[in-house]
Write a new protein. Structure first.
Length: 365
């Protein structure tokens, strides 16, 4: 007859300890689930507010954007706006520009809000553009250190922009909070102020969702945010001139002005057996502008100073920029038009440049 199995005397106490441990874990799990449910409910409240019938567009919001204090507000870009081709182009142009400026620093920006929020890239960008050194720590890991660096960088930016009438639409908290709208406003202002050799898409606007907490409830509104206007407006040229009036109110007289300017430039270019029939296209590569300045000032422009047969956009911009330098050497003020505008066949910019030449040299034989 087989004997009954011997039970271990330590089995029961071990089970009790295990049960106690299990109950403890269960209690902890329930507590965590309750807390997670509270967070989930808050997030759901935010999503319901965003997706309410009054606001039919679906907005992909970050959970943190729904956890607001009383009277606090957050903003986010409507996903439909993010898919707008002009918005995408604006971001791409700005990223490419930053990477071109900072190529010697071996800095590569891939995503604006993730790469610029801590002030490191903005510091390098401003130092390169303004040709000055900022007194800030090179690397800062803490949030306080990052915000201090941002504060110093943005103060330097504001010192540059405010005298020229720029409206400041960003601050330390919005940049550090990775607010893409604020970052774009800042970069557009810098690009325009430093006459970046880029062409920003004009009239770029986005729909922004603003979430506010009032009396414990989340409220949402949709507003349109303008990121770019026209190049002229962004350059701070708010004063209208004769060409604005001509284009807006007397387009019938435009052909008369163009004919007068064509007669003027051909009077001199004909000496080199050159002839212009289309102002906006034939001056776009800068070659005729350079040659014209040499003829007007009666000197030979060495061919190694410009591209006689430019092929790339950059080579054309170089030629127009060089022609602008020759104009300033001849006593003219720095042209209001950007070289990039002339290269991009902007007729009004080209007419402004040529009219300035006409005003000064119309009696030159």
């Amino acid at each position: 007859m087989s004997s009954a199995p011997v039970r271990s005397p330590t089995l029961r106490p071990h089970r009790m300890k295990k049960e106690e441990s299990f109950l403890g874990k269960l209690g902890g799990t329930l507590a965590r689930k309750k807390k997670a449910k509270e967070v989930s409910d808050l997030q759901e409240e935010g999503k319901n507010a965003i997706n309410a019938p009054m606001n039919p567009s679906t907005v992909d919001i970050h959970p943190e954007d729904t956890l607001l204090e009383e009277n606090e507000e957050r903003t986010m870009i409507d996903p439909n706006s993010k898919e707008d081709p002009k918005f995408k182009e604006l971001i791409k142009v700005l990223i490419d520009w930053i990477n071109d400026v900072l190529v010697e620093e071996r800095i590569i920006v891939k995503q604006l809000e993730e790469d610029l929020y801590d002030g490191q890239v903005l510091q390098k960008l401003l130092e390169k553009l303004a040709d000055r050194k900022l007194n800030v720590a090179e690397v800062t890991q803490s949030e306080i250190g990052q915000k201090q660096k941002l504060q110093t960088v943005l103060e330097a930016v504001h010192d540059l922009l405010r005298p020229h009438g720029w409206t400041i639409k960003w601050n330390v908290d919005s940049i550090h909070g990775k607010n893409l709208i604020s970052i774009l406003h800042l970069l557009v202002a810098l690009a325009m102020h430093f006459r970046a050799p880029i062409r920003l898409p004009e009239h770029v606007s986005v729909q922004v969702v603003v979430v506010r907490k009032r009396e414990g409830l989340l409220q949402t509104t949709h507003v349109s945010e303008e990121l770019t206007t026209t190049t002229e407006m962004m350059m701070g040229r708010f004063e209208r001139d004769a060409f604005d009036t001509l284009f807006d109110h007397a387009p019938d007289k435009l052909s008369v002005v163009k004919k007068s300017l064509i007669t003027f430039v051909n009077k001199h270019l004909n000496k080199l057996n050159l002839e212009v029939t289309e102002l906006e296209t034939q001056f776009a590569d800068g070659v005729y502008l350079v040659l014209l300045m040499g003829l007007l000032e009666d000197y030979f422009v060495p061919l190694h100073n410009f591209y006689l047969t430019p092929e790339s956009f950059d080579q054309k911009v170089h030629n127009v920029s060089f022609a602008f330098e020759l104009m300033q050497d001849g006593g003219l003020k720095k042209p209001k038009a950007r070289p990039e505008d002339v290269v991009n066949l902007d007729l009004k910019s080209t007419l402004r440049v040529l009219y300035n030449l006409f005003t000064k040299y119309k009696n030159v034989e």
